[in-house]
Design a protein around this ligand. Structure first.
Ligand code: FAD
Length: 464
């Protein structure tokens, strides 16, 4: 306790011990924990509490994914004896219900912060000195400033980009378009393709590269592309937009090869950049990397010793749980007397596509780069549920194993509940589980997940 109180007593020369800019996933966690450790904390938020994830990211996205899945459920039910229905869908109802849930969550986080003793300022903040912040027309000082301002959609500089919407607006479109062209090849593009398609919109996904979802296992990326095409998503690779044009109420995407896609709306999902505009960090001399992210050390300290940063602004993982863990490590290190580093290995990730895809650990290509030849075990099959639903959807599961140690290096899956299953396997991989231990685990039958403990056919996979 003394170890915590002494440094805080020495900090009293400033208005606050910690001033956090941005009440998103990382900022809220860091501020709340620092306050619970005795620090005097203020947090500034210019939009809504809990930032991107709760307002225009993970949470509303997942609610929309659930909504879009009912289309499959209604269709699949017929094979199980239910009568065929042609249900109506109302976008306005979905958005109203989603908004009510988000407002409820905003309130929960407001109460959590207040309960922890954090002063919440509903204003934009700017850094004007190593210890000085301008907020709401006044200047305040803090021993430490934490920048947790997240990221922002990055639009390509093509004519007509302003005619498109981004994920920021996607959750509040006034009406559902009949057709949409989504530009991008990352997870946000793919997830929205599934959401809009499931809600009955004709979707074209345009990506300039060979194959979307760079960084994920190539076999799974190909499998997902085939599944999306089978469902009727118009998936176009090597499709590089040159311009977006208005055509009355409609839109036209002109590609560099001259092809034209007629549509009703265009969504840009072409990446995100650290949200540092107008924050004053460059004038202060805070070092940024070539992606515009704040460079920090293992304890989130920037090149200006009193300025720290966590979450999407440091450009490490771009995921909510990572921002939260960084916030907790920051608080423990600087206010709890427990220097804590974040281990970025084996972060489970998911694409909430239809079907969903998830992974933890290394892809086959990454495993080659790190280990040379590896053993691969995989299973591709039509799940039991679809024997009656009649849906031609195939599940793919895959384990990558280090032949020298028998350790499982990566687990990958496309199919129903992939994210839920991979979350559990992430524990096993973190514990260093071997293939022998997977094999010794008794299957839970009949499940899809049991394939992970029953795959026995080995393929030796060598780098090309
Ligand atoms: P944020 O949560 O973005 O919070 C930053 C906050 O700072 C914002 O509230 C902003 O208003 C505020 N701010 C900025 N500048 C100022 C200023 N000058 N003054 C005051 N306040 C300011 N991650 C997952 O793990 N799983 C998912 O399924 C997932 N889905 C996503 C879907 C979409 C469509 C998007 C866009 C993101 C998704 N993410 C997902 C990513 C996740 O939302 C982010 O990684 C996470 O929110 C980053 O947290 P953060 O604290 O760094 O920033």
């Amino acid at each position: 306790m003394c170890a915590i109180l002494r440094p805080i007593a020495a900090m009293q020369r400033h208005d606050y011990d910690l001033f956090t800019i941005g009440a998103g996933s990382g900022g809220v966690r860091a501020s709340r924990l620092a306050a619970s450790m005795g620090a005097r904390v203020a947090i500034a938020e210019e939009r809504r509490l809990r930032g991107t994830c709760v307002n225009v990211g993970c949470v509303p996205k997942k609610l929309l994914v659930y909504a879009s899945h009912y289309r499959d459920d209604f269709a699949d039910a017929v094979g199980f004896g239910w009568s065929r229905v042609e249900p109506d869908f109302d976008w306005a109802t979905l958005i109203a219900h989603k908004d009510a849930e988000i407002s409820r969550l905003n309130g929960v986080y407001g109460r959590i912060l207040a309960g922890a003793g954090v002063e919440v300022l509903d204003q934009r903040a700017q850094v004007v000195g190593p210890h000085t912040i301008s907020v709401g027309g006044r200047e305040v000082t803090a021993e430490r400033i934490l920048v947790a301002t997240g990221s922002w959609p990055d639009a390509p500089s093509i004519p007509g980009a302003e005619l498109a919407f981004t994920s920021n607006e996607a959750f509040a479109l006034p009406r559902l378009p009949r057709r949409v062209a989504i530009i991008g090849g990352g997870y946000i593009a793919v997830e929205f393709a599934g959401i809009f398609h499931g809600l009955g919109v004709e979707v074209s996904l345009l990506y300039r590269g060979d194959l979307f979802l760079r960084g994920f296992d190539s076999q799974l990326r190909r499998h997902l592309a085939a599944e999306l095409r089978r469902r009727g998503v118009d998936l176009r690779f090597h499709a590089d937009p040159a311009a977006i044009e208005a055509d009355g109420e409609g839109r036209r995407v002109v590609l560099k090869d001259g092809a034209v896609i007629e549509t009703d709306a265009v969504m840009l999902a072409t990446g995100r950049r650290p949200n540092l505009h107008g924050l004053g960090l460059e004038a202060l001399g805070v070092e940024l990397d070539d992606q515009g992210a704040i460079v920090v050390d293992d304890h989130f300290r920037s090149s200006v010793p009193s300025v720290f940063a966590i979450g999407d602004v440091i450009g490490r993982a771009g995921l909510t749980p990572v921002a939260i863990v960084e916030g907790a490590a920051f608080a423990a290190t600087h206010f709890g007397g427990r220097p804590t580093k974040v281990d970025y290995s084996q972060i489970p990730t998911a694409i909430f596509s239809q079907p969903p895809m998830a992974a933890v650990g290394l892809s086959e290509d990454d495993a080659h780069r790190r280990y040379g030849p590896v053993d691969v075990y995989s299973a591709e099959f039509r799940p039991l549920r679809h024997t009656l639903s009649g849906r031609e959807e195939r599940t793919l599961m895959k384990l990558i194993v280090d032949p020298a140690t028998d350790r499982v290096l990566g687990a990958h899956m496309i199919g129903a509940d992939a994210a839920e299953i991979i979350q559990s396997l992430a524990v096993a991989l973190r514990c260093g589980a071997t293939k022998e231990q997977f094999d010794a685990t008794i299957a839970l039958h009949p499940t899809v997940a049991e394939e992970f403990v029953t795959m026995r056919t080995r393929r030796v996979s060598a780098p090309e």
